[in-house]
Design a protein around this ligand. Structure first.
Ligand SMILES: Cc1cc2nc3c(=O)[nH]c(=O)nc-3n(C[C@H](O)[C@H](O)[C@H](O)COP(=O)(O)OP(=O)(O)OC[C@H]3O[C@@H](n4cnc5c(N)ncnc54)[C@H](O)[C@@H]3O)c2cc1C
Length: 312
């Protein structure tokens, strides 16, 4: 049996460590002080909506994510996703429906009464889910790992390395690039949504993910850039404008947090498990870390067991 050193405690590292520990492998997790991209995520588990722009393999790999999370953490909400578009962009909804599956046309107000009178029709994806608090979900994974005896530390790795450093792994993997994502947390205690609402727009698509206590995660920009500086004024204006188009009450929301994360992406925007010079890596989660890290961790476990079968 090997001792494994998982480098990085973002969603990829924690899912990998979880599956290794569940196989009774010996694991440690090496920490850094830098905030992971995972900290800024919406926590949407929305494989079918992502199919609009992602290849079919992303949809397939993400189908079991909600169940994976529900078996390990609290706060998986299975209320689906609602997609809407302003009346002038109604054609966008038809296009989105053509590009995706597992949806049905719906009256948005029948699902979300707060949207009464705002949108004539919407697309409902009943099989999708979201994490009500993705940061808490990561804390729970970490607590379960600690309870199983996994040690988290800032020191040198003592075992075989599994590189889960997100964008920081670009030093060893030059085809890894960053896609900047800016987001905000709004507080609007009088507004209630039960599920993520995605607003289609030719230039400024956005989504709102309901959190507890009247909070909403508003996201997210997609900028081909390695810049991790704070949200730009332009991005904030565009996101807020799009939020206001979902519901005018959000004009009175309080902006309680803004943030920027760098999504690690391979050229085809599909994650991979790689093996080179004795080191495994799990990376390229792009905009799907919560959706795809469970499946990629499973692929890693498979590769490790094939490797040990060859060795025996
Ligand atoms: C605004 C935004 C919204 C998003 N929304 C969603 C969503 O709704 N659903 C979804 O599935 N995905 C979403 N994502 C994508 C998701 O956040 C990323 O795919 C995911 O964070 C990538 O995870 P990771 O673990 O590979 O990298 P990271 O989360 O960046 O974690 C890597 C960790 O490794 C650490 N590290 C680096 N070097 C070292 C070292 N030498 N030693 C120890 N540690 C090290 C880093 O500091 C970091 O903590 C979103 C992303 C953004 C930015």
């Amino acid at each position: 049996m090997s001792h494994w050193s998982v480098i990085g405690s973002g969603v990829a590292g924690l899912c990998v460590a979880t599956l290794l520990a569940e196989q009774d492998e010996s694991v440690e997790v090496i920490l850094s002080d830098e905030t992971p991209a995972s900290h800024w995520a919406g926590g949407m588990l929305a494989p079918f909506c992502e199919g609009e722009s992602a290849p079919p393999t992303v949809v397939e790999l993400g189908m079991d994510a909600a169940e994976w999370w529900a078996q390990r953490v609290e706060g998986v909400v299975r209320q689906g996703t609602l997609v809407v578009a302003p009346p002038r962009d109604a054609a966008e909804l038809t296009r989105f429906a053509r590009m995706t599956r597992a949806h049905q046309w719906a009256d948005p107000a029948s699902l979300e009464p707060a949207l009464a009178g705002r949108f004539a029709r919407g697309l409902f994806f009943p099989g999708e889910a979201h994490l009500v608090d993705p940061r808490e979900a990561l804390r729970q994974l970490r607590a379960s790992l600690t309870a199983r005896g996994v040690v988290f530390h800032h020191g040198k790795p003592g075992g075989r390395i599994i590189d889960c450093r997100g964008i920081h792994a670009a030093d060893r993997q030059p085809d890894l690039r960053a896609v900047r994502g800016e987001m905000a947390i709004l507080h609007s205690p009088d507004l209630h949504f039960s599920r993520p609402i995605r607003l289609l727009h030719p230039r400024f698509p956005c989504y709102l993910v309901p959190r507890a206590g009247g909070r909403f995660m508003l996201g997210a920009t997609m900028v081909e850039s390695d810049d991790s500086s704070p949200i730009s004024a332009r991005a904030l204006m565009e996101l807020l404008g799009a939020a206001w188009a979902i519901h005018p009450a959000l004009a009175e929301a309080r902006i309680v947090e803004t943030g920027t994360g760098r999504r690690p992406a391979w050229p085809l925007n599909v994650p991979e498990v790689r093996y080179r010079d004795g080191v495994f890596s799990v990376n390229g989660m792009y905009r799907h870390g919560f959706l795809l890290a469970p499946a990629m961790a499973q692929q890693l476990i498979q590769q490790i067991s094939e490797e040990s079968n060859h060795a025996n």
